[in-house]
Design a protein. Structure first.
Lengths: 88, 193
């Protein structure tokens, strides 16, 4: 069983969680050309390194952030969205 | 039903969606408290409004008490009042909330959206072991603790009651949950026969 530690509820089975993808900067609607919008909306990054992602603990409907190593799939830390994001 | 009357039919009642589904009794006992009074507030202003009424709010995932009611803090701004046997006290809170001006949070409709079942019986610990992956032993999970997790494969809120464990979950899963508990109870009976 893979565990993920929810900042509010503690360690739980991974199937209690839903992933909402990486934290990304939102393009400025007034200064973004169509190709950039297209890239933002439809292309996913495929890089190595550490990503900060949105996750949701489904039973409590609590959204939080997790740092995950994209190569080893290790969850480095999880934290509340009000905390500093560091690498985001 | 006569026009103008507002009688709620809960799933296990005659005519309800889970009418005819048997609640297990014996080594594992499942009882239905869904018709018991409760009131949930959610969203910005919920905690402040309740605190202003003199209702002490516990930490998140903990249970407090107020005039016989249980105060379940499910999130910073997600609070549920359970009023088993003290419906009048809860009715006063609801009346005050309806009369209040915003910000006061919004009703999370827990009295309609959630089922409230109680699991008890001499084989309770084994039953919960089969239904929930969490360590719910008394030394790890006290009477004031709340677990928001999965019970019987569905998202649920569970906590200790004097008789056993209370479980709150999506009311539309009532029949499914009763069958899940029945399956676990049958398994326990077979292994202890």
């Amino acid at each position: 069983m893979k565990l993920l530690t929810c900042p509010m509820n503690g360690p739980r089975n991974i199937d209690e969680f839903q992933s909402f993808g990486p934290v990304r900067a939102r393009p400025d609607p007034n200064a973004t050309a169509d190709p950039e919008w297209s890239r933002h909306l439809f292309r996913a990054e495929n890089r190595q390194g550490v990503v900060v992602e949105w996750w949701r603990h489904v039973p409590s409907n609590y959204f939080f952030l997790a740092e995950r190593d994209l190569v080893s799939n290790e969850i480095i830390r999880t934290f509340d969205a009000s905390e500093p994001r560091g690498r985001a | 039903m006569a026009a103008g009357t507002a009688t709620r039919i809960y799933p296990f009642m005659p005519g309800g969606a889970a009418d005819g589904i048997k609640l297990v009794s014996g080594a594992v006992v499942l009882s239905d408290l869904t018709a018991s009074p409760r009131f949930g507030l959610k969203g910005c202003g919920s905690a402040a409004w309740l605190a202003a009424q003199g209702i002490p709010l516990p930490a998140v995932n903990r249970i407090g008490k107020h005039h016989g009611m249980q105060v379940l803090r499910l999130g910073n701004e997600d609070i549920l009042l359970l009023a088993e046997g003290v419906g009048e006290t809860l009715a006063e809170v609801k009346t005050a909330w309806h009369a209040a001006t915003a910000p006061k949070g919004y009703s999370s409709w827990r009295e309609e959206g959630w089922a409230w079942l109680r699991l008890s019986g001499p084989r309770l610990a084994e039953a919960m072991n089969g239904l929930c992956a969490l360590d719910l032993r008394p030394e790890k999970f006290g009477p004031d603790d709340i677990a928001q997790t999965r019970v019987g494969h569905i998202e649920a809120v569970t906590f200790r009651s004097p008789a056993g464990f209370d479980i709150l979950f999506d009311i539309t899963a009532s029949a499914y949950f009763a069958r899940s508990v029945a399956a676990v109870a049958t398994h326990i009976d077979q292994h202890n026969a």
